[in-house]
Design a protein around this ligand. Sequence first.
Ligand code: ARG
Length: 581
Amino acid sequence: LQNAFAECGYDRKYAKVSLSNRPDLCEYQCNGAMAAAKAYKKKPIDIANAVVEQLTGEHASSVFSEVVAVMPGFINLKLSEGFLADYMNGMAADEKLGLGEPEKKETIIVDFGGANVAKPLHVGHLRSAVIGESVKRMGRFLGHNVIGDVHLGDWGLQMGLIIEELRDRKPELPYFDENYTGEYPAEAPFTISELEEIYPAASGKSKVDEAFKERAHQATLKLQKGYPPFRAIWKHIMNVSVADLKKNYSNLNVDFDLWKGESDAEPYIQKMIDTLEAQGLVHESQGALVVDVAEESDTKEIPPCLIRKSDGASLYATSDLATIVEREEDFKPDRYIYVVDKRQAMHFEQVFRVAKKAGIVKPETKMVFLGFGTMNGKDGKPFKTREGGVMRLEKLIADIDEAVYQRIMENRTVSEEEAKETAKIVGLAALKYGDLSNQASKDYIFDTDRFISFEGNTGPYILYTIVRIKSILEKYKELRGADAKVVPIRPAESETEKALQMALCRFGEVTESAFYETAPHKLCQYMAAVADAFNAFYLENKILSEEDAAKQAAFISLITLTKRVLDTCMDLLGMESPEHM
Ligand code: ARG
């Protein structure tokens, strides 16, 4: 189309093609003649006609089966079935389904997970883990060097709270004896279940006991300054808690390349502050160090970024900025993606501005904040247990698995054993899809019944479609056995066959936009569209009972590609599919 515009003497830039918004009339449309008409002072229809003539005349393009100009100057396009089939076969032959390599291979840090050590993982952390994992996988699939960092909250007040609570409970421990000079025990003075109980107890106490709160604050400062006994307790807290976190994340099929945390930024804080000071960016405000980040073009107030409190304590921004210094030294990322609750948007806006202003990152480094909304219960309020407490992630997963298991057992065709296994896979996919299918920034309602339904835009619906294709392919193998020949995908001969191919060919474009716009929901929408197109095709065409072996083999090739596309999308979103359902 660009060539055709150029041949007619118009700028190539007018040859913009989009998916048709009148699928009854055409598959794609180009509205460029309208825009060109203004620039060249001509009638749009004349431009459209000239372009159409180029594409249909003597040197007609093989890309289209239909190119027509319609008033006032639209160009309506239909793809040639032959061209489309070639494209399908190209996808099928390519490991990356035709996606190719990125123009520039980027190093990308995805900062996600963000669990706070020693506090139980709750549903709030679920979103970061699920969304971040898919962003990481998509980036990697596109060919970038993607590094996932869990960036634990491991340096805050919770540590002081735990230390002081431990002192109250077990004052005899050597950590609390100032005259102790020996080695500290290798064994932690608590188990994970004790630790899980200690934090909420301490946090509750600090709310009613001012003196205790102050002690916890002082203990936190001492820890941050490196006081050996507290460092020793901190290491125990870290070991016990991180082992548990690893188990939890792995149950979610989420993993990290780096298990760093706020504490790792400690050694970079001074260097970061020196950089800011050397450039005269910091000033004192009521004893605290701040950097002004407001810009003239701001439409809302962006307050100064707090770098250090008057008592010398570090803040959230301090550790995030120091972490950027560390990451620049280690990786020089081209892009940072933070997957964090959208209520932290202001914090990241401030941090990004300081990092750019101070030259901690290059001007062209992309700093992306992927802020997600709240997961609410059916009552529209933040998700709670029936008793009103914070819902533990493990409990949430167990509940959804159980619901899927019940559903499978209702019309069971498999052993109890297999049903349990299947329920785990389907349950996790239901949970993740329920989350990922919403635009991340929106709040959404956690609704087990809807998430596990086999109908509608749900994980189980997609899985069911994949399992259906699997079973057709298995039966085909049984049926034809060794006779089965692998043939190319054929030019579509029916509307549903073409519609399926048209859906498949969008894979690369959708994956790219889902990643670069950090919008995994686009990939979910896409999977649902492919599943719909497949199911419509399946309804209209007999595959297993098809007598024409060549036609049947071509169908098999088409649904094999369909399955690959769906499997790949599932994998990019961090989900798996079971053998049977
Ligand atoms: N631990 C934080 C929280 O629970 C999230 C960390 C996000 N990442 C970051 N670099 N600040 O809110």
